[in-house]
Design a protein around this ligand. Structure first.
Ligand code: ARG
Length: 622
């Protein structure tokens, strides 16, 4: 049996789907045009009616011009669920024509037994090479709350895809090239010459400050000057604004010269740029590590790494007659999109040009079957332009295959403050990601001291760190990726509700059951114990557990980690109900106790594995 089959056999939705599809084909042979009909199997909304239901009769009734209950009856007559479910008859049909199915306890036990193997039934049918664009920091800028999303969501996508057996290559497309960077390099040089900064001790905070100063110096208030002239605001205002514009032009000119030197390899300028790079990336990778995001130096492929290819990229666009001149600049036109600028009239290249080179590398050199960009939704147009141009130019064409690699933008919304506006500090600055982690840790430490005053200092610190990171990441991952969400400390750190701490707590609770069982010497043999799934709460738990492989697959397909969060939250809730109603250590028989221990253990492993997909670590105690 192939792995793909093993996975399919685990998922009751798929198994029932096959049987229903066969019954439908059989019942209406010759009356239905086209291919197979979707049997529309879903888990039952109301467990009293059954475990699963098929909603196929209603749409079929329309197509066939028959009453839906008649359609349902015809399907049930042909249905062969033999070994899977309890026998079906007219009483299985409810309302307008829903068909309810109840699985046999033995079937459930067998399926859960299949799930309970290394890998938990998670495996893709076809292994791909997938490049994921993550993090995307910029030199001389602190990581802020927006990078939480590109880092945390991007890493969760990578982990989920890896779990399915794909080869995943992370690419951190660092903004490390171009005029803004040259501007900071120029500023760093003049500050160092003037003795105002010690190059040996530069921090990212220094660079961030220089960036802001440089930006201000080179952005001229030309509009202000025009207004002065137009409204005749007087010689004083005129002189002031003229001086400012002149200064700005000078700063900009200096930055341009610095960029030329940087491009031609001037030793002093290159060394300063390297300083900028090392300081920024040092801080960035440290933050990734604190966030337990698997993004390291080897994943960095900054804009600068494409600098020597940009001329060639534009030449290809010209040769293929895709780029055309427009007022001295070169643009590519794609239907339905605004033109994409690929070379400015002064000869400079753009963000889009670099991204075209990056597509080419990812597809041709890294061998990507699929390229995913986990980037802010505000860049949607940019990626549409890049993807359309890359495809036309052949940059997305897979080597040795007659098809293009899939290019996908997986956009995310903004993080908002309580006031519903972009999340900022009180003084209106971007919130530094490292400050955010610090604060999360402090808050988590206070909570953990309250809950558990006897913990030793270093253990408390470890717990606080894990809980803090779980809370922060989970809050980000559990909200619908494309939507904006409101940052809320109290909600994310709560031990109830759909939060990271709640899931960690559920895991810890199961681990403590096992510690107790061990103390009482009643744990041996549960790993291979026969599963007895009889109580409704045992059954519910089994049904939710069985959805795990399909959940991982759906996150990989939709790139929506919040589906995993929703699943884990449901699993935790179902487990709680099970634990409330079905005594484990005090079960009536040994058979029942060992079976329940096995269910507990499987739940813990599914929780840990699902959290691992999200990049969240578990704890033994908290
Ligand atoms: N550095 C960019 C920014 O801050 C993000 C990079 C996204 N990735 C890409 N391939 N363009 O906006």
């Amino acid at each position: 049996m192939t792995q793909a089959h093993a996975q399919q056999r685990l998922d009751p939705v798929e198994m029932l789907g096959e049987r229903f599809a066969a019954a439908i084909a059989d019942a209406f042979a010759g009356k239905l045009e086209g291919g197979a009909v979707d049997p529309l199997i879903t888990p039952s909304k109301n467990p009293q009616h059954g475990d699963y239901q098929s909603n196929a009769a209603m749409p079929l009734a329309k197509t066939l011009g028959m009453p839906p209950r008649e359609v349902a009856k015809a399907i049930v007559e042909k249905l062969d669920l033999g070994d899977l479910a309890t026998p079906m008859d007219e009483s299985s049909i409810a309302g307008p024509g829903f068909i309810n199915v109840r699985l046999k306890p033995e079937t459930l036990a067998e399926l859960v037994g299949e799930l309970d193997r290394p890998g938990l039934g998670v495996k893709a049918e076809e292994q791909q090479t997938i490049v994921v664009d993550v993090c995307g920091v910029n030199l001389a800028k602190q990581m802020h709350v927006g990078h939480l999303r590109s880092t945390v969501i991007g890493d969760a996508m990578c982990r989920t895809l890896e779990k399915l057996g794909h080869t995943v290559i992370r690419q951190n497309h660092v903004g490390d090239w171009g005029l803004p960077i040259a501007m900071v390099v120029a500023k760093l040089q003049s500050e160092a010459k003037a003795g105002r900064i010690d190059l040996g001790k530069v921090t990212l905070d220094d660079l961030d400050r220089l960036y802001k100063v440089a930006k201000q110096e080179s952005s001229a208030d030309t509009k202000g000057l025009k207004a002065v002239e137009r409204f005749q605001l007087g010689p004083k205002a005129q002189a002031e604004l003229e001086a400012q514009v002149a200064g700005a032009n000078e700063a900009l000119e200096h930055a341009k010269q610095t960029l030329v030197k940087l491009q031609s390899g001037d030793a002093e300028i290159v060394a300063l740029w390297q300083k900028l790079y090392d300081v920024t990336m040092g801080a960035c990778l440290e933050t990734c590590k604190r966030l337990q995001a698997n993004i390291t130096a080897k994943d960095s492929a900054g804009e600068s790494s494409f600098r020597d290819q940009l001329g060639e990229i534009v030449q290809i666009l010209l040769d293929k007659k895709l780029a055309e001149e427009d007022g001295g600049a070169l643009v590519v036109r794609n239907e339905g999109l605004e033109p994409t600028l690929v070379r400015k009239s002064d000869g400079g290249y753009l963000y889009a040009t670099t991204d075209l080179a990056a597509v080419r590398k990812r597809v041709k050199q890294l061998g990507a079957d699929r390229v995913i960009y986990c980037v802010d939704a505000r860049q949607a147009l940019h990626f549409k332009q890049v993807f359309a141009t890359a495809k036309k130019a052949g940059f997305a064409h897979k080597i040795g295959a007659n098809e293009d690699s899939t290019l996908e933008h997986a956009p995310f919304g903004m993080v908002l403050g309580e006031d519903g506006r972009p999340f900022k500090t009180r003084s209106g600055e971007n919130v530094k990601l490292s400050d955010l982690i610090d604060e999360a840790e402090q808050r988590a430490a206070v909570i953990s001291t309250e809950k558990n005053p006897d913990l030793a200092g270093d253990e408390r610190q470890k717990i606080a760190h894990t809980v803090a990171v779980a809370a922060l990441k989970y809050a980000d991952l559990s909200s619908d990726r494309i939507k904006d969400y409101v940052f809320d400390w109290d909600r994310m750190l709560a031990f109830e509700g759909n939060t990271g701490p709640y899931l960690l707590y559920t895991y810890v609770r199961i681990r403590s059951i096992f510690r107790k069982a061990e103390e009482q010497g009643i744990v041996a043999g549960y790993e291979s114990a026969a599963l007895a799934i009889n109580e409704p709460e045992e059954k519910q738990l089994a049904l939710v557990l069985l959805r795990y492989p399909a959940t991982v697959a759906s996150v990989a397909r939709t790139l929506e980690p919040h589906r995993m969060c929703g699943y884990l939250y449901e699993l935790a809730g179902t487990f709680s109900r099970f634990f409330e109603h079905c005594p484990v250590l005090k079960a009536e028989t040994d058979v029942s106790r060992l079976s329940r221990l096995r269910l507990c253990d499987l739940t813990a492993r599914v929780l840990a594995d699902g959290l691992d997909c999200l990049g969240i670590q578990t704890l033994e105690r908290m």
